[in-house]
Structures are given as C-alpha cells and as structure tokens.
Design a protein around this ligand. Structure first.
Ligand SMILES: [Zn+2]
Ligand SMILES: [Zn+2]
Length: 254
C-alpha cells in the first residue's frame, strides 16, 4: 500500500479543540507499511474509525508532548489497538514527562500494552523495521517537554514541527530538504506571550530548511478567521515552497 499522511484533526488553539471547531484526532502516518499514530488528541478513536483506519494496525505510537490536545485519547486508542493489552505493541515514543512525570498521561494497566518506551531528547534515533523515528531540537513550549520529530526511510523524509514558539536555533535544528514538513502553525502573527508558531516563523523555517512541500495545521480561532488557505498561499508566495493548509480528513500521498 502507498505511503500517506492522514490528518485526523487540524485543531490547535484551546477554543478550536475544546469546542471541536476542528477535529483533534492527531496524524496517522503510513511509511514502508508501518503505521504511526502521532498525537491522539480528543476524539482520536472516533476519527480513526471515521477515516476507515483500524487501531489494531498501529505499529508505533508517537506523542510530541503531554498537552491534552495531543494525548487526550491515548488510553482509548491504546486499549483498542492492543485489545486491552492482549496484543502488545512494540514501541511508544514520547518525552519522559508524558510517561514518567508527576502527572503521566497513560494509565498504568495500559502501559503493559507497550513493549518498549523510548524517551525523546535532542537527537535520539529509533529504527523500527526500516523506519527511523528521530527527535530533534528542543522546543520552547510552556508546561511540557517537546522536541522536533522526523520519520525517515531510505528515500522519504517527513518532518513534524510540533507546538512551540519560533526561535532562531530551529533554523539549524531540523533536517533540510524534507519531502513533507508538517508545521503546527497556530497563529497568523506571533503572540509574544504564547508559545506557539505563527505564519511568520513558518516562513523563516521554510526559507532555511527548504522542504519540497509544507503543510500547516493546528489552527487557532484567529487562524480560522484569517482562512488557513489564504495564509498558506501567502507563505507559499513569499518562500517559493508549495504550502498546503491541512483540512480534517485530508490525506496526502507521499
Ligand atoms: Zn502544547
Ligand atoms: Zn498543541
């Protein structure tokens, strides 16, 4: 089967997530026949079925960080994927504070459903049946440990820039020339007191890292009002790199 990225949700800002103005099911990546469930936020289990996917097919779980918009459904999806831990899954990758911190996000009995936990730090690499999951630069994002992520095979490279505000070191802290770069672009303009990326930061990232194609997602109300498609077009015009505004249920073949 072909490789793809499926957006089970495009919500990001608190109001957009918790009023469900957009779905918040995370991102399902299929690479080299390996299914990777990334950031199963509120409603993820429903969105998986709604998109004709099957939790039991998940091979790897990846959590970018512990905030609820990225993990609210991790327990439900784990229960479904492992059939109540009977069929254990090989791997879950997440920052340590999400799994072993003061307020862990996975229920104890469900942890038994995972054979191996790998904690993301800067420059960690895990090879799973030919798919390399790598973590990159540490993000600035209040209340949670967050690292950049990429998913790579011999000939494909998907980069995921999770939540966090733009800072200079990101320009060298991520792989260049990705086939697809997914960027959590919450705002149109930067907000100094909120640790989220804006379209202005995305422009700098794209100019420096030159992916073949980029996707913006994880929208706030402001972004929805500005129309993500118009924002994507503006970024594209300024950078010369094709930019897609993600929609709920959008599937991108890679
Ligand atoms: Zn967050
Ligand atoms: Zn978020």
């Amino acid at each position: 089967m072909l490789d793809f990225v499926k957006f089970l949700g495009t919500a990001g800002g608190r109001t957009v997530v918790f009023r469900q103005l957009r779905h918040s099911g995370g991102i399902w990546i299929r690479l080299n026949n390996i299914n990777i469930m990334v950031d199963p936020g509120p409603g993820s289990l429903i969105r998986i079925y709604e998109n004709n996917l099957e939790p039991k097919d998940i091979d790897i779980f990846v959590i970018s960080h512990r905030h609820l918009d990225h993990v609210a459904d991790i327990n439900s999806v784990l229960e479904a994927a492992t059939e109540s831990t009977k069929n254990k899954k090989d791997l879950l990758i997440a920052p340590e504070d999400a799994i072993d911190g003061d307020d862990p996000v996975i229920l104890k009995y469900l942890k038994k459903g995972i054979k191996k936990f790998v904690y993301t730090k800067e420059n960690i690499e895990v090879d799973y049946k030919g798919v390399k999951v790598k973590s990159h630069i540490k993000h600035i994002h209040r209340g949670a440990e967050v690292y950049g992520l990429s998913f790579e095979t011999e000939n494909k490279k998907i980069v995921y820039v999770p939540c966090g505000k733009f800072y200079e070191k990101m320009l060298t802290g991520y792989p260049e020339n990705a086939d697809l770069m997914i960027i959590n672009t919450t705002f149109v303009k930067p907000k100094p007191n909120v640790d989220h990326m804006s379209a202005e930061g995305v422009k700098q990232l794209l100019k420096a890292l030159k992916p073949k194609k980029a996707v913006i997602t994880h929208y706030s109300v402001d972004m929805l009002k500005a129309n993500p498609k118009a924002v994507a077009k503006n970024i594209e015009e300024e950078t010369g790199i094709p930019v897609i505004a993600a929609e709920d249920r959008m599937k991108i073949k890679i």
